[in-house]
Design a protein around this ligand. Structure first.
Ligand code: FES
Length: 124
């Protein structure tokens, strides 16, 4: 059902955890399955310097989040905002159609974290 890249990322997920002094935090819940994702970013000079995630999601959600964290490190916030769940699934070499919604968790949590960062930043 899953290809090697997906299996590698959910067996050995990258960047799992929390950033205690995160600059932005995004949280999302899947409307399809009720699973949750929390994603933390550190931003320096307009770029994502560090990123971590925690999830109560399935293997596809873990693999998507792991891949996403690898994709966004070093990107500008505008570049990161443009990343879609389809981009994440493509980088993973594809996900089964019934699991595409799982990749939404990662992309949505990232976008929420960037919005949170921007809200905190503009409030200063
Ligand atoms: Fe819920 Fe995959 S089934 S995130």
């Amino acid at each position: 059902m899953y290809n090697e890249i997906v299996v590698d990322h959910f067996s050995n997920p990258r960047n799992v955890g929390e950033i205690a002094d995160a600059d932005g935090v995004g949280e999302t819940t899947s409307f399809k399955c009720g699973d949750m994702m929390k994603l933390y970013i550190k931003v320096k000079d307009g770029r994502i310097e560090d990123v971590r995630f925690q999830t109560y999601g399935c293997g596809a959600a873990i693999a998507s989040s792991s891949m996403l964290t690898e994709m966004v490190r070093g990107k500008t916030l505008d570049e990161a905002m443009k990343i879609t769940n389809e981009n994440v699934a493509e980088e993973l070499g594809g996900l089964p159609p019934v699991k595409m919604h799982c990749s939404n968790l990662a992309a949505d949590a990232l976008h929420e974290a960037i919005k949170d960062y921007r809200a905190r930043h503009s409030a200063k």
